[in-house]
Design a protein around this ligand. Structure first.
Ligand code: GLU
Length: 415
């Protein structure tokens, strides 16, 4: 099923809880603007190539549109729309004054040179420059884009507009006005929410085990933090395979190996007691906490039954399909949903935007404290709705967000 359809299902459930009318529901399911372009660049290897590109501006009732840009071969209008919609939900859940948007280019970045990617980033900004900007729509990194690409996009935007505008994009390099703490904010925020949940349930981290799917920026940092909390990380996977040890892996060693340019399963031969499995094996690992930190639609109705974890922390966007979500819920598995779990990234993006606009830059401690307070407050607001209404944390997150978004839309006379 298509990603946008999943979003609609989540909205429909939460709308029933809030008793929203069909008319309001349909407004909440419709993007404000869908922008499309074809980006053509000369390739360093010779010839030219054209890539479809999108920017979907979903809802800006609570503030300027906000959301990342992904470079991924499967990026399409449906996926980008679903992710844009989820950004509006995410910003509302954590209570930051921003709306939701997302961008995507259908490209396999591994097949392009660095020079090609820079040109593509510039073409993206040229195509959509009339619609983005500090008060309109503020992009950020997402899957296969990073601080370097944000820096190039900022440069292109400033060339076009002829003025310094660091607040037009977040997740930039620190030297160009980026915020301290933004690089690790997604994983840092997710672990803060997990800590709040564990405290709520009187669970101690050092008696729990964890399995992590993904060893990139978010997965790697999550693994590092779980390990530092004393949790035993029994499995970690990248796209090439899963590395496991029931005794617990030496995560710092595994991550150092990955950072040196190797694949996760290849670390197996350097570690006593570690076993290697297929990439998807991590999802059924015998662990208390499962952290999907890779791509969408990883836990489906086909493999949901094999999940052994009692807690799932959705660091990736949309890793569980609605059918799988329902079956996990029915089994009593606690899912900390993406729109809450990974909102630390956009929270620190908001802090970056505030710093750029005020020209006053915060210390790493101030950023961290602000992020932790924001994430804990959001968790407690969601958890109390879930307890009061007897619903999942996902339904409670959507209900909280839709309440805040509809309040803003009502205030504007939009509904
Ligand atoms: N791409 C990230 C997300 O999905 C961050 C978005 C942002 O910082 O604007 O939440």
């Amino acid at each position: 099923m298509a990603a946008f359809e999943y979003f609609k299902q989540h909205v429909a459930k939460a709308s029933a809880l809030l008793e929203l009318s069909d008319d309001v529901q349909s407004k909440l399911m419709t993007p404000n603007r869908v922008l499309r372009a074809e980006l053509t660049i000369p390739l360093e290897a010779g010839g030219t190539q054209t890539f479809p590109a999108y920017r979907v501006q979903f809802n800006n009732a609570r503030g300027p549109y906000k959301g990342g840009i992904r470079f991924h071969p499967e990026a399409d209008e449906d996926e980008v729309s679903a992710l844009a919609a989820m950004m509006a939900i995410k910003c509302a859940v954590v209570g930051i004054p921003l709306g939701g948007a997302k961008g995507g280019v259908a490209v396999d970045p591994k097949k392009l040179s660095q020079k090609d990617l820079h040109l593509l980033a510039r073409e993206y900004v040229k195509a959509f420059s009339d619609y983005i900007g500090p008060d309109q729509d503020i992009p950020a990194p997402d899957v296969y884009t990073n601080a370097e690409i944000m820096g190039v996009m900022l440069d292109e935007y400033e060339r076009i507009t002829g003025k310094s505008q660091p607040a037009m994009i977040t997740g930039k390099p620190i030297s160009l006005g980026g915020s301290l703490g933004r690089g690790t904010a997604t994983a840092d925020g997710s672990i803060e929410v997990l800590k709040a949940l564990l405290e709520d349930r009187h669970l101690e981290a050092d008696v729990l085990t964890a399995a992590i799917q993904g060893a990139g920026n978010a997965g790697g940092q999550a693994a590092h933090l779980l390990y530092s909390m004393g949790m035993s990380v029994v499995s970690i996977a990248d796209s090439k395979g899963t590395l496991s040890s029931s005794e617990g892996l030496d995560i710092e060693k595994v991550l150092a190996f990955k950072e040196a340019g190797n694949h996760i399963p290849d670390a197996g031969s350097h570690m006593e007691g570690a076993t290697i499995g297929a990439s998807e094996d991590v999802l059924s690992a015998a662990a208390d906490v499962l952290v999907p930190a890779a791509l969408e639609e990883q836990i489906t109705k086909e493999n949901a039954e094999s999940v052994q974890a009692g807690i799932i922390l959705e660091v990736a966007n949309g890793p569980i399909t609605p059918e799988a979500d329902a079956s996990l819920c029915a089994r009593g598995v606690v899912v900390i949903p993406d729109v809450l779990a990974n909102a630390g990234g956009v929270t620190v993006s908001y802090f970056e935007w505030v710093q750029n606009r005020s020209g006053y830059y915060w210390s790493a401690d101030i950023v961290r404290e602000g992020m932790q307070t924001t994430m804990r407050k959001a968790y407690h607001a969601v958890a109390s709705i879930a307890a009061e209404r007897g619903v999942s944390l996902r339904e409670a997150s959507y209900a909280l967000a839709l309440e805040r978004i509809t309040e803003a839309m009502r205030g504007r006379g939009e509904i």
